[in-house]
Design a protein around this ligand. Sequence first.
Ligand code: 13P
Length: 277
Amino acid sequence: MEKTYNYMTLKEKYIQLQGKSGALLATNFYNFETLRAEMQAASKLNKPIILQLTQSSIDYMGLENALNMGRTALKYYGVEGWIHLDHGGSVELAEQCIKAGFDSVMFDGSELPMEQNIELTQKVVKMAQEKGVCVEAELGYVAKLGQSTEKMEYTSAEDAKAFAEATGIDALAIAIGTAHGFYKEEPRLDFDRLSEIAAATNVALVLHGGSGVPDEQVRKAVELGIKKLNVATEIKNAFMENLKYLLLNNTEIDLRKVFPPAILAVQNLVESKLNLV
Ligand code: 13P
């Protein structure tokens, strides 16, 4: 089945989105089933999508295997999309992914002092630029799974501008009130801060921790300049909650019959997120 895919590079796509309202959805995939669900959603709505892999997903599926699964799926479903390393924790991992053929890598130095974050991000940008690969970095504190949300160090417009200029990154994850995983209380995004950051820099702004952010806040964030919305936890949750129910309620051992409703649940979820961006 010959279908066109990767219509433009992610760099070109981000540039195309500059100054316009509208963002890309970035979803993590964990196995064939979640990948298939994401592809079915993007294909049905004819929307582009970024497929993300974390270190844990790479360890689980294997780097080449996961990358090729993503690429093949984009081609098979005729979806415009890109493969991205999510939260790369070291320059070495980013380098491995760049060499393997990822379209985009994130180097996450957000827990380092800003100077060190800049220094290491610069190294990744240098390697990536040689191959036309996009680089995302993070500035500020977006609590990771299991980390406290009390610290909450928000990104300042001044730092975002200085960081973008010093590193030459394409995309920047900013801290404006989201956290990874589900929220104990409804998040309240700092929209004034987002507007200030968007006015200060041209890099594509990324909203991590998309799971559980109310739809109207996501829409407003996109209106004010977010160009990439990351969603992961809700995908795992939709898949596993459905699967648990299915396994507890039937004796079927043919996994090809058991998985489809869980795939559909993820597809529906991803469609709803695609409709927000
Ligand atoms: P959630 O797991 O909260 O959706 O965050 C996803 C994310 O930001 C991945 O980098």
